[in-house]
Every structure is written in C-alpha cells, then in structure tokens.
Design a protein around this ligand. Structure first.
Ligand SMILES: [Zn+2]
Length: 234
C-alpha cells in the first residue's frame, strides 16, 4: 500500500496556505506510476492555488520495490548531518518490517531487498536510476571519488553534491551532475566514460577497503566519508 496524508504548507512565494497529500510510503510494485514520477523529478510537486508558484515537498517516506529488490528510507536533504541516527532508525524499521523482527513471510520478502538511506530528491532518484540500469551503487560512489581526485576543479561545497542523472549511450558514458541537494538546481554536467565503471568493477581487491567503508551502513554515499566522525567499523 502507498500511504498519503494531508499536510498544511505555506507557499514560499505568497505565503498562502496550501494543503497537499504528503506520501508516507511508496509501494512501487502496486504503484509503478509513483516510481516513474520520482524518475521524472515531479513526485510531490505542488502548485500554489493563489499564485501558481510551484514548489516541492522534501522526501520523507519509505520506498518499497519488491520486484527490483529495493527498500529505501528517503529522507529530507537537511537530515544528512544526522545520517548515523537516520541509518539506525531505518535499520530498526527494516528489521521490524522485513528483517529479523518481522513475521516469517515478510522475512522471505526481505531476503531479496537491499536497504538504503537517501537524503533529498536527487539521491533517491539516483538509486532508482542505478537499479534501472542494473548497476552497483557502491561502484557509482567509487566513480565519484575517482572524479574528485581526477578533475582539476570541482564545485564542492556544503549542500552541493555529485549525482548520476542519466546515461549517454551515443558516447558510451554516464552523465553525472553537480547540483544543489535541497533545491535540485543543476550546476555542471560531467560525462564520464563507462569504461571507468568497468575498471573499478575489474579491480575489487584495490577497492576492497573503500567498499567496506561505503557499505558500513545503509547510507551508501561518498559524502559520509567526510562528514563527522563516521561509524566505528565493526
Ligand atoms: Zn503562492
């Protein structure tokens, strides 16, 4: 079931009250249209009835796609600083829904689900896109680390992140974009040869330590490598 409930908002432009149906959970198996909306960057878009300003509610929902093996706690961009706490909360929720604390039948479903935590719309969209193309999200994060080390100037700043946004089949490349997490405003596109993905994939030993760090929790995102103390390795 996909769950929605009404929330009272204020238009950021004219301050008129706006009521919208905010999603609390998305079931992509039953509502594939909601998955399409996320990929098309239009899910939870709102138009103010008074001034027609369009704005977007930040994500705050659980996403389930049994067919594609995805379970995502999609959180608002501004919760990223609390990523360890959010990871713990999500792990508990997952355990109760599909893990060790769930009924047997639900655990069966849970075996094939990969748990992830994301912050902001570009991040949850990226996870769906990665799955769409049958890619490994850990390797995509490794590609970003490689990009950071390789390109002479990067627009790195707090609230700015690098996301996979598309593929460029004509040029055999992946399209990454530097963008503002909260506003989703694109800053700069970057075409990266698919060969880089293949090179990282072909060298698991060289990337083993980095893989362990990225997979140490459901927030699989290179940004956690430079935020706060991080999680103590097990
Ligand atoms: Zn308005």
């Amino acid at each position: 079931m996909s769950l929605f409930q009404p929330v009272n908002l204020v238009c950021p432009k004219c301050e008129a009250p706006v009521i919208m149906m905010a999603v609390g959970s998305v079931n992509a198996d039953r509502r594939p249209d909601l998955r399409e909306d996320i990929l098309a960057d239009r899910f939870q878009d709102i138009e103010c009835g008074a001034c027609q300003e369009r704005f977007r509610l930040q994500p705050q929902f659980n996403y389930l796609d049994v067919g594609r093996g995805q379970w995502i706690a999609a959180m608002p961009a501004d919760r990223m600083r609390d990523h360890l706490q959010v990871e713990d909360d999500a792990a508990l929720l997952f355990a109760e829904s599909y893990g060790v604390k769930a009924p047997q039948a639900a655990q069966q479903v849970g075996q094939d689900l990969t748990m992830r935590v994301t912050f902001g719309w570009p991040a949850v969209r990226e996870k769906l896109l990665i799955r769409e193309h049958d890619l490994d999200d850990v390797i995509i994060e490794m590609m970003k680390l490689h990009i950071l080390r390789s390109v002479p100037s990067v627009p790195l700043a707090e609230g700015v992140e690098l996301r996979l946004v598309d593929t460029d089949e004509d040029n055999d490349a992946y399209v990454f974009c530097w963008l503002e997490t909260a506003s989703e405003k694109p800053i700069e596109d970057l075409n990266v040869p698919k060969a880089l993905y293949g090179a990282i994939l072909a060298n698991p030993t060289g990337w083993q330590a980095m893989r362990a760090r990225l997979e140490n929790g459901a927030f699989v995102d290179m940004q956690k490598l430079y935020m706060g103390e991080g999680r103590k390795s097990a």
